[in-house]
Design a protein around this ligand. Structure first.
Ligand code: PEP
Ligand code: MN
Length: 469
C-alpha cells in the first residue's frame, strides 16, 4: 500500500476531541416535542405543504456546525466563570428585506462598536452573539388584531407571514420556512466574509466610536473613555500585541434566535457522530421566550435534547423554584456554558425580583451565565400611540442588574439588546434626543422598538462606566 505524505505546514490543527457535551435525555428525539402542549404556532394555511417543505429543509446543509457551537459553549463557560463578558444583540424581528450587504454590515459594525466599549469597561474579552441570521419568528400577545375595522391574523415574523395589513399577506405561508433558511444562509455568508476580511479590526472599530463622540456635542462627556481606549490600543501595539492573525476570537460573531417554531428547528437538527450529541444547526445559540418556556411544553422538550447553548428569558412571573426546575430540565449535567439566564424584569422591579432568583440558582452551584435584557419589560405605548421604550429605563435596569449581582457575589455576565444600525426613532431619549413627537419619523421595526446606533453606543458607554466602578 502506498502511503501519501500529507503536508502539515500551514494546515489547521485538528480540533481537540469534544468533552463535556450535553447529551440528550433518555427517550428524546428531534421530534419528541410533537404532541406536547404548544403555544404561539401559526395556523398554517397548507398543513400538507408544511411537512413537504420541512422535509426539504431537512435535506439542506446545516447553517452552522457542531464545532462552532461547541466553541461558543466554551466561551460562555468562561463568561459563567467571570472571565469574559457576553453581548447578545440585534433586531427584534429580522426582515427578509434587510438581508442586504449594507444591512448586515451596519448591524455587525454596531455590535463590534459596543463590544469594544464593554471590553474596556469589564477588562474582559466580549463574547458576541447576534440576534441575526434566523431571528424571523415572533411570539405575539394576541392571535389577531383589528386594522381599520377588519380583524386580521397578527404578523408573526417573516418566517410565517408579512406585515402588510391584508388577509393575503397575513396568511401563514409555508414557503416562508424555506425562504427563512435561504435568508439566514445569505446573512451568515456575508457575516463570515466581512469578518474574514478584517472588518473587526480594533483600531477601525474604535475610530467609529471616536467619530460618534466627535460628531455629537452632547456625547463629549464620553471623550475621556474614548481617549483611554485609544491609548490602550497604542499601548498594545507598542508592546507588539498587534494582531497578525485575524482569526482570533475577537473576530467572531455567533448567531442566535428564539426557537419559536420547533418544526423548523427539528428540520435543521443533526446528530454528531463523534459524541452522540444532537445539534440545532439553525444557529449557534437558541433561546426560549418568556411566553413559551413552560416546563412540560413542546419548546422546552425540543431544547432539552440539543447540545447548543440555550438562553432562557425570565419575566417577572417566574418563581425561583420554577427557574430551578427549568434549569434542571434543560441542564441536568450542570454543563458549563450550556445555560444563559436572561432576566427581563423591568427597571422598577429588577431590584426586588432578581435577588431571589439569583440566590436560588447560586445555591445549586450550577455554572450559568446571567444576562440582562433591559428591553422587554420596559415597553409601553406612548401618547403618540407608538410602542416604545426609554433609554433611561433601559440603562436603569442594567444598573439594577449589576447592583443585584454585586450584592449576591455572582457575576453579571452580559446584556441582551434590541438595536438597529440605522438612525431609527423607536426608543425615547439619548443625547440626540428622540421625543414622543419624533417617533413617527423613522419607526421601522416590524415588532418591538429598537435602540438606534447612537442610543446603543451611549448605553454601552454607560455600561462601561458601571462595569469599571
Ligand atoms: C424577544 O426577545 O423579542 C421577546 C419576545 O422576548 P421575551 O420572550 O423575553 O418577551
Ligand atoms: Mn422583542
Amino acid at each position: 500500500m502506498q502511503m501519501i505524505d500529507v503536508p502539515t505546514d500551514g494546515a489547521p490543527a485538528p480540533r481537540p476531541a469534544r468533552t463535556g457535551v450535553h447529551p440528550p435525555p433518555a427517550g428524546w428525539r428531534p421530534d419528541s416535542w410533537r404532541g406536547l402542549p404548544i403555544s404561539q404556532q401559526p395556523d398554517w394555511a397548507d398543513p400538507a405543504g408544511l411537512g413537504r417543505v420541512l422535509g426539504e429543509i431537512s435535506q439542506l446543509p446545516p447553517l452552522v456546525l457542531p464545532g462552532e457551537i461547541e466553541d461558543l459553549r466554551a466561551e460562555l463557560a468562561r463568561v459563567a466563570d467571570g472571565r469574559a463578558f457576553f453581548l447578545q444583540a440585534g433586531d427584534c424581528a429580522e426582515r427578509f428585506g434587510s438581508c442586504i450587504e449594507n444591512g448586515v454590515r451596519g448591524k455587525l459594525r454596531l455590535i463590534l462598536q459596543l463590544a469594544i466599549l464593554l471590553s474596556y469597561g469589564s477588562g474582559l474579552p466580549v463574547v458576541k452573539v447576534g440576534r441575526i441570521a434566523g431571528q424571523f419568528g415572533k411570539p405575539r400577545s394576541s392571535p389577531t388584531e383589528i386594522v381599520d375595522g377588519v380583524e386580521l391574523p397578527v404578523y408573526r415574523g417573516d418566517i410565517v407571514n408579512d406585515t402588510a395589513p391584508t388577509r393575503a399577506a397575513r396568511t401563514p405561508d409555508v414557503e416562508r420556512l424555506r425562504s427563512a433558511y435561504h435568508h439566514a444562509s445569505a446573512t451568515l455568508n456575508v457575516l463570515r466574509a466581512l469578518l474574514q476580511e478584517g472588518f473587526a479590526d480594533l483600531e477601525q472599530v474604535h475610530a467609529w466610536n471616536q467619530e460618534f463622540v466627535r460628531r455629537n456635542p452632547a456625547a463629549r462627556q464620553h471623550e475621556d473613555v474614548a481617549a483611554d481606549i485609544a491609548w490602550a490600543l497604542r499601548f498594545m501595539a507598542a508592546c507588539g500585541a498587534e494582531r497578525t492573525d485575524r482569526s482570533t476570537p475577537q473576530d467572531h460573531l455567533y448567531t442566535s434566535h428564539e426557537a419559536l417554531l420547533p418544526g423548523w428547528e427539528e428540520a435543521l437538527t443533526r446528530p454528531d457522530e463523534e459524541t452522540g450529541a444532537w445539534y440545532g444547526t439553525s444557529a449557534h445559540m437558541l433561546w426560549v421566550g418568556d411566553r413559551t418556556r413552560r416546563r412540560d411544553g413542546a419548546h422546552i422538550e425540543y431544547l432539552s435534547g440539543i447540545a447548543n447553548p440555550i438562553g432562557v428569558k425570565i419575566g417577572p412571573d417566574v418563581t425561583p423554584a420554577e427557574l430551578r426546575l427549568l434549569c434542571e430540565r434543560l441542564d441536568p449535567g450542570h454543563t458549563p456554558g450550556r445555560l444563559v439566564l436572561i432576566s427581563r424584569l423591568g427597571a422598577d422591579r429588577v431590584l426586588d425580583l432578581l435577588p431571589p432568583l439569583v440566590h436560588e440558582i447560586r445555591a445549586t452551584g450550577r455554572p450559568v451565565v446571567w444576562a440582562c435584557d433591559p428591553m422587554h419589560a420596559n415597553t409601553f405605548r406612548s401618547r403618540s400611540g407608538y410602542k416604545t421604550r426609554r433609554l433611561s429605563d433601559i440603562t436603569r435596569e442594567v444598573a439594577g442588574f449589576f447592583a443585584v449581582h454585586r450584592a449576591a457575589g455572582t457575576f453579571p455576565g452580559g446584556i441582551h439588546l434590541e438595536l438597529s444600525g440605522d438612525d431609527v426613532t423607536e426608543c425615547l431619549g439619548g443625547v440626540e434626543e428622540v421625543l414622543d413627537v419624533d417617533l413617527g419619523h423613522r419607526y421601522e421595526t416590524a415588532c418591538d422598538p429598537r435602540l438606534n446606533a447612537g442610543q446603543s453606543i451611549e448605553l454601552a458607554f454607560a455600561v462601561a462606566r458601571l462595569l469599571r466602578r
